[in-house]
Design a protein around this ligand. Sequence first.
Ligand SMILES: C[S@@+](CC[C@H](N)C(=O)[O-])C[C@H]1O[C@@H](n2cnc3c(N)ncnc32)[C@H](O)[C@@H]1O
Length: 392
Amino acid sequence: MHTAHPAAALRAYEQPTSWRERLAARVDRWSTSPALYRWAMSSLLTRWVVRRRSAQLFGCMAGFVHSQVLLACVRLRLLETLLESPRTLAELAAQTGMPASSLQRLLDSAVSLRLVNRRGGGRYGLGALGAPVAAHAGIRDMVEHNATLYEDLRDPLALLREPNQTQMHTYWPYTPGQAAPTPTGSSSFSRYSSLMATSQRFVIDELLAAYPYADHQRVLDVGGGMGGWISALAQQHPHLQCALFDLPPVAALAAEQLRQKGLSERVSTHGGSFTTDALPTGADLVTLVRVAHDHADATVLTVLRAIFASLPLGGTLLLAEPMANEEGLSPTDPYFHFYLMAMGAGQLRTPQALSALMETAGFTHIELAPSPMPLHAQILVGRKSRHRATAS
Ligand SMILES: C[S@@+](CC[C@H](N)C(=O)[O-])C[C@H]1O[C@@H](n2cnc3c(N)ncnc32)[C@H](O)[C@@H]1O
């Protein structure tokens, strides 16, 4: 990695090459001056800006504590308890076995984070942000799973230096450098597949709302996990014939889930690897949900080319996953950047970067479908043009 020498960096800073950089350099000096701070605090209007920025910076510093407050609430099943009915401190202390004095601090913190709120008679109830956590096991599972990520993040510099020496890396058995799956190793496939199944619920609702599936006849879901998405699609659109492709241990788990839902006739399962095996043909719509971001560009291109080859002329690819904000200003981006780095070869990409990969694989007419909740996933749709039979 190239690191500029501080003196060289300073020279570059002192010799701005454009008016934009000269202006930015002035603003940097100006905004770090103690005189500006004193001046800004003296006026009502500018004081508001300073307060807002200070609160934002404090949020950056305190984010770890916030996530630990949430984790403690989840581990104590506090929010589910408050969903049943509001409780007093004494009742909660008796129920959780925690000393009342420390539980009081957790509750005060949870109130300020709006996970919990204060009700009459000294009782605590469910807060606005606590309600979805109490209602969705998928969120609670992710909060618990994040504890592994945060262990890896204890020393952020060590993670940046050696991103493959992480617990997250071993959690995901298909990341590069992992041993081939063994019969005992296959339990790691069911572990991550169950986590994906619970967290997929939010994405499913968006996918169902965002695209007109009635125009298609056969759908193949690549990297479909335990089949939550393809089952929901088959149930919502009874005219569709569906198929799921995933690694053999995961495809076997999906087959069992589909059997239990009575969908085996309408949804076939196929075990294989999209890096080495051809995909089943016959589908006029292929979906790739939360898969590309797990992999390096070269692997994503291999998958996209395999999908392109499997589609008929006029066929469609729908790719959905969390995507980076083009201006780099989304508060959710840091989470995905670090998660995917700790996981292995993956990457959070902008819609533009993913569109470029799709285009390289041969897709045309690529567009971003409107997504009501881009936090969970944004949706790109591309076509295998009838006028261009071969990929570049
Ligand atoms: C992050 S999970 C997403 C699962 C599901 N689409 C969802 O949104 O919940 C990625 C999926 O890709 C599958 N996968 C990873 N590498 C694969 C490969 N080489 N061939 C086929 N599937 C693969 C994994 O087994 C896993 O089910």
